[in-house]
Design a protein around this ligand. Structure first.
Ligand code: ATP
Ligand code: MG
Length: 471
């Protein structure tokens, strides 16, 4: 008897000789073959097929029902119907292979088994078909992903509300960009929706099924940024976590990495980021192994990066790497006609009592909102509406409530409605002044301003946000 791992197998199957003689002719064209008997039990398997299936060479598979070795095999169907499946595609480990299954017949023409051949995708004449299959596969995946997205619809482009011409152009531009895979830079004042758009671009792109990972340069202490980006090899720091930690780049593999407030990226990290973008490889801290990463960068800034380049706090070469596609989001005061639809959309999300049907905003109130200049943009509008709603006795928001909810001119803290200010609002006002002074004294550079005030960048940003200060 011939050993199981031999390419000849054991000739118990009556037609095996006949099948094997055809094999020698075809051997150069296929990369694996299998024979089953009339009960679809394996009677012979090519060693190359074993390897493909990850089956140990000494695994005794003869006599086993074929599905036990190849779970979705169609060999049984061929045996039962007596009809061949001449061309089919099978997936192993996410690779596609062309397979061909033919019934074997005895001298009386009765089916007494089947033979299957596996071809790799490098078989030239099959390549066009495989390509088509892969394309259809991708399209199907995309359609399914789009469907899921529609259902979730959390961050799609439709959540960026606005009917003005500038917003229309912006959305058209985002749709065009989404189809390309280059790095994108979103610029706009605070609260204009940069993060919202970054999500929307990701969701519209081919990477929608991949991860969306965000890093806020302003919120991560400088000393930790490198580890945050590139990860840490196991035991890289003595006494530190002995386990490896993945960096955001690796976590974003196959998807999008959103670099928020990129203007605040320390110059040392800028050089490292540039290298990663040029080489597509990362090196974890304390490791000397490099890993390939496939990541699309979307960066956002509320600062003028060109001015940062001029004062040498931002590298020009990094700027050109990330500003392949640029989108400037106009401030709300330049698109006041969006305010009515924005009010509707934002009020929709504003909490209301369970017995209320929905907020109604009166035209005079909307008009009043259109007279404000919105330094905090849509975020500020949302806050004002929320304040007005909180004060409203019913579900109607009129001009009087908006007047109370809008920050008083001259910079009084929101909510400080005339009269002698209480301690909290006086403190808030003093803090606001201190922040504005620090910003003035440091030429608008947030990092310097934070240092001047003796607080961290993240605390500083939090305060900017709380006071609706656009810097
Ligand atoms: N066009 C818009 N339609 C609906 N909601 C919006 C729009 N623009 C912004 N928002 C909302 O306003 C808030 C602020 O948006 P986002 O965080 O995206 O702004 P940002 O530009 O990243 O601000 P910052 O620079 O302060 O980080 C979010 O709650 C967002 O959902
Ligand atoms: Mg943001």
């Amino acid at each position: 008897m011939v050993s199981e791992s031999s390419s000849i197998g054991r000739p118990e199957h009556p037609n095996i000789e006949q099948a094997l003689s055809s094999f020698s002719l075809l051997r150069d064209y296929f990369q694996g073959a299998l024979i089953v008997d009339h009960e679809s039990r394996i009677t012979w398997i090519d060693p190359r097929y074993r390897k493909l299936l990850g089956m140990p060479a000494d695994f005794a598979c003869y006599g086993l029902p074929v599905e036990q070795v190849i779970p979705h095999s169609l060999m049984r169907r061929v045996v039962e119907t007596g009809r061949p499946i001449l061309v089919d595609i099978m997936e192993f480990d996410e690779r596609q292979f062309v397979v061909c299954r033919i019934p074997l017949k005895d001298d009386n023409g009765a089916v007494d088994g089947a033979v299957g051949f596996v071809f790799y995708d490098r078989v030239d004449f099959l390549a066009p078909m495989l390509e088509k299959f892969e394309l259809l596969h991708k399209q199907l995946d995309r359609a399914q992903a789009a469907l899921t997205r529609e259902r979730a619809a959390k961050y799609s482009l439709s959540s960026f509300v606005g009917t003005s011409e500038v917003v229309g152009q912006l959305k058209a531009q985002v749709r065009r960009f989404a189809l390309r895979d280059g790095a994108a830079l979103l610029s706009g004042e605070t609260g204009t929706g940069k993060e919202l758009l970054a999500h929307a671009i990701h969701q519209q792109s081919d990477r929608a099924d991949g991860p969306f990972v965000a890093v806020n340069m302003a919120a991560v202490p400088e000393a930790l940024l490198e580890a945050e980006f590139f990860g840490v090899a196991p035991g890289a720091f003595t006494g530190a976590d002995r386990k490896a930690r993945k960096g955001k780049f690796e976590l974003a593999h196959g998807g999008t990495l959103f670099l928020d407030e990129i203007g605040d990226m320390p110059i040392g990290i800028q050089a490292k980021l540039l290298r990663v973008l040029q080489e597509g490889e990362i090196e974890a801290l304390g490791s000397n192994a490099v890993k390939k990463v496939d990541v699309r960068i979307i960066a956002a800034t509320s600062q003028d990066l060109v001015a940062r380049i001029e004062d040498k706090s931002f590298r020009a070469d990094l700027y050109y790497r990330i500003a392949v596609l640029t989108i400037a989001i106009p401030p709300l005061r330049k698109r006041l006609e969006d305010i009515p639809v924005l009010c509707d959309a934002l009020l929709e999300k504003t909490p209301r009592a369970s017995d209320q049907r929905g907020w109604v905003i009166e035209p005079a109130a909307v008009q009043l909102l259109q007279q404000h200049d919105w330094p905090g943009n849509v975020r500020e509008l949302a806050n004002v509406l929320e304040r007005a709603a909180a004060m409203a006795p019913r579900d109607i928001i009129g001009a009087d409530l908006i007047r109370l909810a809008l920050p008083a001119r001259g910079g009084t803290a929101p909510g400080g409605i005339g009269g002698p200010a209480d301690l909290a609002s006086r403190l808030a006002e003093a803090e606001r002044r201190a922040i504005l002074d620090a910003l003035d004294a440091s030429g608008g550079q947030k990092l310097l301003a934070a240092q001047r005030l003796g607080i961290s960048r993240s605390q500083f940003y939090e305060k900017l946000r709380r006071h609706d200060i656009t810097a």
